[in-house]
Write a protein that binds this ligand. Structure first.
Ligand SMILES: Nc1ncnc2c1ncn2[C@@H]1O[C@H](COP(=O)(O)OP(=O)(O)OP(=O)(O)O)[C@@H](O)[C@H]1O
Length: 614
């Protein structure tokens, strides 16, 4: 499992959050307006103590009931205006922030689709899922709430202290004393909280991966009675996540406790001092009431800083995690830098511009020239999977690729549509270096069917037509792949297949994947053991139909069985990271001991006579 957890210390929260600016920019006017409205609303709250002071020192002292009622009316109007403005703020931000979240999710999805296969080999899918769901939700909440309120509360606290100091500076100073320990406390909290927040969000990703694997692999889990061990793994991860969440809660509770206690002590001290001053006649009762009301009105802005900082820290972590995926390099588009063994003068031929017939026969078809490949995450010091591949599949020829288990056949076929980039050497299609072609064009020329056929939650027709072609081609492709069973499905080609096509049998899915590969009449066809799940009779029928298709196509077919090899004009044997022999099936059978051994083992297995073949 790749390590997608924080390896080094994440950058500062502010620096991380600033990366959100390109997404926030389009809605900045609304966001700034909302912040301004919230500041006005919050400052209106600070006017209430001043009205109270006026009531106490004025109408109450003068025994004027009319004045008291008027004061009460002012208070009511202020309260209603404050509530209405906060409501307006919500209305201002709700819709634009939903679109920010949607844009970020769309960007992440688009980017993930363009990332190379090697990225997906390294990253657990749950880690990507949690980044596209919970992390983005956290970011929307951050933009809607903590971001605005850190500013609003900051301004409210400053305005509040200005009012306090102007009313009675000595009492104001008493309330200012706790600011120093509170700032130090918040800085320590931020450092500690960022570490646990990152851990928790990574653990959510791990948990998502386990849940996803359990759902996708439900047949294996049930078949092997593994539900207990899977449940244990789930429980262990849940337990860890719970521990981390509790650590977060403890940190937050500690901060909250101190952030509420220290100002309360200061307010208590100011109350005692203020009462003494009123008793001494140095201060009016109204001023003391206003002072204390202002101090109490500032309690919420100060106390909320704890959880606003916590939410901001979680959002900074979510931003880092989001950009970790977004910063991963996409597949290079065409003209990728050639590998170290690349021939110095690639043939700059475009098969779209030139008829293949105009090229020398040596350039036509698929050519592998000194191709080297090593998986990027392979252990250092291990030899490359493919060390020096030289192979020419002539135009219109079908070449079978045979080799022992793990010899690199799938890897070799994946290099042609550039699912992996060759580490050295070059591959040409009708003379054109594939690294110089735009990927879209390359993948239009080359069609692939893998041994493990993946179908999508869509209709059978849509699944097959992913390979290009028209509805007429669909019927032809289904016939070639012997997928007539489709016509017996409840809605024929319009029948929806479930997630990953699980409502179909393995052989049925494999035939649909084969139909998808041939439907667009590709110039080059790559088949990775495409008939392994078929019974011998269906296999024979598919082979007969495939032979007709393969006449017009240059094809590379990974084969484990003589029956599949029979489809091919020639056979290449992959051994020790090289093509060790090329020839017809009969030639290799007679002249190559390894090939003869592989095929005899396959025959025995196929006939049910033996499993090992050794
Ligand atoms: N993503 C990967 N990262 C590192 N090594 C890999 C990766 N995928 C495959 N390998 C290794 O590369 C080697 C070749 O694998 P490949 O799947 O190409 O073999 P194969 O000949 O197709 O095998 P089979 O006949 O069993 O399908 C194997 O040793 C395998 O462990």
């Amino acid at each position: 499992m790749p390590d997608t957890h924080a390896a080094t210390k994440d950058p500062s929260a502010t620096r991380s959050l600033l990366r959100l600016w390109p997404y926030v920019r389009p809605v900045r006017t609304r966001l700034f307006s909302a912040a301004f409205v919230a500041i006005v609303a919050s400052c209106l709250g600070l006017v209430i103590p001043l009205v109270l002071k006026w009531i106490v020192d004025g109408p109450v002292a003068d025994h004027d009931p009319g004045g008291v009622w008027l004061g009460a009316l002012y208070l009511l109007l202020l309260g209603v205006a404050e509530a209405a403005l906060f409501g307006f703020r919500r209305w201002l931000v709700a819709r634009p922030l939903a679109s920010v979240e949607a844009d970020m999710r769309a960007d992440l999805y688009r980017h993930v689709q363009r990332l190379p296969v090697s990225f997906h080999d390294r990253w657990a899918s749950g880690q990507l899922l949690s980044r596209g769901t919970t992390d983005l939700m956290l970011l929307r909440m951050f933009l809607a709430f903590p971001l605005t309120f850190l500013v609003v509360n900051g301004v409210t606290i400053l305005a509040g202290f200005a009012i306090l100091l102007s009313q009675q500076w000595s009492l104001g100073l008493v309330l200012l004393v706790p600011v120093i320990p509170l700032v130090a406390l918040c800085s320590v909290f931020e450092t500690r909280y960022s570490l646990v927040a990152r851990r928790a969000q990574d653990q959510v990703g791990d948990l998502t991966t386990v849940v996803e694997e359990s759902v996708l692999g439900i047949r294996i889990i049930k078949g092997f009675g593994q539900h207990r061990s899977q449940a244990l793994a789930f429980r262990e991860l849940s337990r860890r996540l719970r521990g981390t969440e509790l650590a977060k809660a403890r940190l937050l509770a500690g901060l909250w406790g101190l952030i509420t206690t220290i100002p309360e002590l200061a307010i208590g001290a100011a109350l005692v001092l203020g009462t003494v001053q009123v008793a001494d006649g140095e201060l009016s009762a109204g001023t003391l009431v206003a002072f204390l009301s202002t101090a109490l009105a500032l309690r919420w802005p100060v106390e909320s800083i704890g959880f606003l900082l916590a939410m901001s820290q979680e959002s900074a972590t979510a931003t880092v995690r989001f950009f970790e995926a977004m910063d991963a390099e996409e597949e290079a588009e065409g003209a990728a830098s050639p590998g170290p063994l690349c021939a110095p003068d690639p043939v700059p031929l475009s098969s779209a511009d030139r008829a293949p017939e105009a090229l020398a026969p040596d350039h036509l078809g698929i050519r592998f020239e000194e191709v080297v490949f090593r998986y990027p995450d392979a252990a250092p010091g291990t030899p490359p999977v493919l060390s020096r591949i030289d192979l020419h599949i002539r135009a219109g020829e079908t070449m079978a690729l045979v080799g022992g288990t793990g010899s690199g056949k799938t890897t070799l076929t994946a290099l042609v549509p550039r699912l992996h980039e060759a580490s050295g050497g070059r591959i040409t299609l009708d003379g054109e270096d594939i690294t110089l072609m735009p990927r879209e064009r390359l993948r239009g020329l080359v069609s692939v069917a893998f041994e493990e056929p993946t179908l999508f939650s869509a209709s059978v027709g849509d699944n097959v037509l992913m390979g290009g072609g028209s509805p007429d081609d669909l019927e032809r492709a289904l016939d070639i792949a012997q997928a007539q069973f489709v016509r017996r499905l409840p809605q024929g080609v319009d029948t929806q297949v479930g997630e990953q096509g699980l409502s179909l049998s393995g052989g049925q899915r494999q035939r649909l994947a084969l139909a998808r590969a041939v439907v667009g009449r590709p110039r080059f066809l790559i088949l990775d053991d495409p008939l392994s799940a078929l019974d011998v009779h269906t296999e024979a029928l598919v082979e007969a139909a495939l032979r007709r298709v393969l006449q017009d196509t240059t094809a590379l077919v990974v084969a484990h069985r003589p029956s599949t090899v029979m489809l091919a004009d020639r056979v290449a044997l992959l051994s020790g990271g090289r093509i060790s022999a090329v020839g017809t099936h009969q030639e290799l059978l007679r002249g190559n001991a390894e090939y003869a051994w592989l095929m005899s083992g396959a025959e025995e297995r196929h006939d049910g006579k033996g499993e090992d073949g050794r």
